[in-house]
Design a protein around this ligand. Sequence first.
Ligand code: SAM
Length: 416
Amino acid sequence: NESYKSEFIELKKWLKDRKFEDANLVPACFPGTGRGLRSRTSLQEGQMIISLPESCLLTTDTVIQSSLGPYIQKWKPPPSPILALCTFLVTEKHAGVLSPWKPYLDILPTWYTCPACLEPEVVDLLPKPLKAKAKEQRAHVQEFFASSRAFFSSLQPLFVEAVGSVFSYSAFLWAWCTVNTRAVYLRPRRHECLSAEPDTCALAPFLDLLNHSPHVQVKAAFNKETACYEIRAASRCRRHEEVFICYGPHGNRRLLLEYGFVSPRNPHACVPVSREMLVKYLPSADQQMHKKISILKDHGFIENLTFGWDGPSWRLLTALKLLCLEAEKFTCWKKVLLGEVISDINEKTSLDIAQKICYQFIEETTAVLQKVSHMKEQKVSLINQLTLVETLWTEELRILKASAEIISKLCADPLP
Ligand SMILES: C[S@@+](CC[C@H](N)C(=O)[O-])C[C@H]1O[C@@H](n2cnc3c(N)ncnc32)[C@H](O)[C@@H]1O
């Protein structure tokens, strides 16, 4: 239980002043998921989990009505909605005790584990496609910061200190991560003084203490009639247990990229197979290989080929069956895409290749895990970041092992 902590007592008072009171949800620290909210009572399907009045939400309306408003209205080209929110967070954090948002700012994390915040040597340990996206994210935030500097300079009259010291890269990165990992979605709004990019983010104090579970369902939206952001349970929650919401049916790579965490036993998690890996174990002398690959491309079968908890995906097996088609059966390619069995040999060869790919992945994953474990011993300061990466790979190894077992069964009895 964390509700006795002074920052939560202050937050509760602040929320009460804004017409929000909740006796059921209690901030607490949970093994595995960290800080979140616990329910004092059991929650039934359809029951309201939380209903947060509009007066508690931090949106671009809040920013425009603040002392930043006139500066935003003057600035050309108009700042984006995200820039407005980030600027507000940095400004209010800097204001300290003078900020009316202090009780909320005080419960925000002081650091994040989004890829943009990870050390380059940790990013290097990520799976290749995720590594590329992590680098893109970092480059995006750096470029966003660099291109916003002139706007920050225009705010100098609001500060005693040099704006450069208030709007440092680390302060901006913190604000960007706060918005990106915690904001809820609101229907797009439009302000003439902001750019045309979608203005859909709102920070929702207290409500944003709810952690994600891929196993729950909720209904969340702003209710115009009650003027509250409401979340209703779509599945049951037992009393005294952590209350979860679902951020979306995301796999672990996406959760890490967007929110900086990984969900163990995530049913949406999978291990993707790249194009290079798909063809690696095929006979190189196949004259029809180019044609086969262009058929796969034309029919959208080259992306999203995965190993999952329940084995190689249907798409992966179908792509492999087409790539393994014997020369004399090539004309049957349409039937393959429709899921028809062409021959025993085609079924067997494609499964063999799926197995080889899976075994290679298992080997590679085990090697990375060893490297991470080594680094954890040597770089103690990076332990949190390394543990995150380790959890991702450990989950992927579990998925691959589950897939390998299923393939072995299918190999023993390909046409049950
Ligand atoms: C909206 S906040 C939820 C509250 C947050 N745990 C806190 O203490 O402020 C979202 C962040 O919580 C963490 N989180 C959410 N669900 C999680 C989970 N199932 N496991 C671990 N961390 C989780 C991630 O850091 C994520 O970026």
